[in-house]
Write a protein that binds this ligand. Structure first.
Ligand SMILES: [Fe+2]
Ligand SMILES: [Fe+2]
Length: 213
């Protein structure tokens, strides 16, 4: 967790380092990858490609979550809110690492547009954060609920034989639900319309593009 005595310049540098690590480095997870418990069945070629497209979307979702939370933390007024956001981002690192590992197993790669997804999400997070800390947490709740919903869609759509991706998404879904509950208890405000619909539209665009690129 980031110490409280960092200067604004330190914070900018720490954020830049985190962005570079998220987009270009291979993140390390703190918990073991849940897919290691599942059988590694051979997939038909079209199933492999479909699973890779879905796991690329999930990986981009985690890149965006990192960026949103860091953007929000950068402008959070209350130290506890900032710590809550940075702790959430830290937990998301496991998801990022697991999705990246599964993409490699599927002979695929993360989205080439990850720097763009990161920059856009960081800006959205910072803008949301400037509205105040209740909004910040409301934004976390909405993000987590939307991610949980798209994980559900992916669990329906993944090839039945892709037990490894399913194992990862099962744990991610439970984590995202917990993240939303924690933010709700920490004092999240309900986001007014049309913000949730705009967020859903942005995530639909991301999913369509990230499935391919
Ligand atoms: Fe996540
Ligand atoms: Fe989450």
């Amino acid at each position: 967790m980031r110490p409280r005595s960092l200067t604004p310049v330190d914070r900018v540098l720490a954020d830049a380092q985190r962005a570079l690590e998220t987009v270009f480095a291979r993140p390390a997870s703190q918990r073991p990858n849940p897919s290691l418990e599942a059988a590694d069945l051979t997939l038909e070629e079209h199933d492999r490609r479909h699973a890779a497209g879905l796991m690329r979307i999930n990986h981009v979702g985690e890149v965006c979550a990192q960026a949103l939370y860091c953007g929000q933390a950068a402008v959070a007024r209350d130290v506890r809110t900032r710590e809550h956001l940075l702790a959430a981002a830290q937990e998301e690192t496991d998801h990022l690492a697991w999705c990246e590992q599964r993409l490699r197993e599927l002979d695929s790669r993360p989205s080439l547009l990850n720097p763009v997804w990161y920059a856009g999400s960081y800006a959205i997070g910072a803008l949301a954060g400037l509205r105040g800390d209740g909004w910040n947490l409301g934004f976390v709740v909405e993000t987590e609920r939307q991610v949980e919903a798209h994980i559900d869609e992916h669990l329906q759509s993944l090839p039945p034989a892709d037990l490894r991706s399913r194992a990862i998404l099962g744990v991610m879904k439970a984590d995202e639900a917990r993240h939303a509950d924690q933010a709700e208890h920490a004092g999240a405000r309900m986001l007014p319309p049309p913000i949730p619909s705009v967020m859903a539209l942005a995530s639909r665009i991301m999913k369509t593009v990230a499935y391919r690129v």
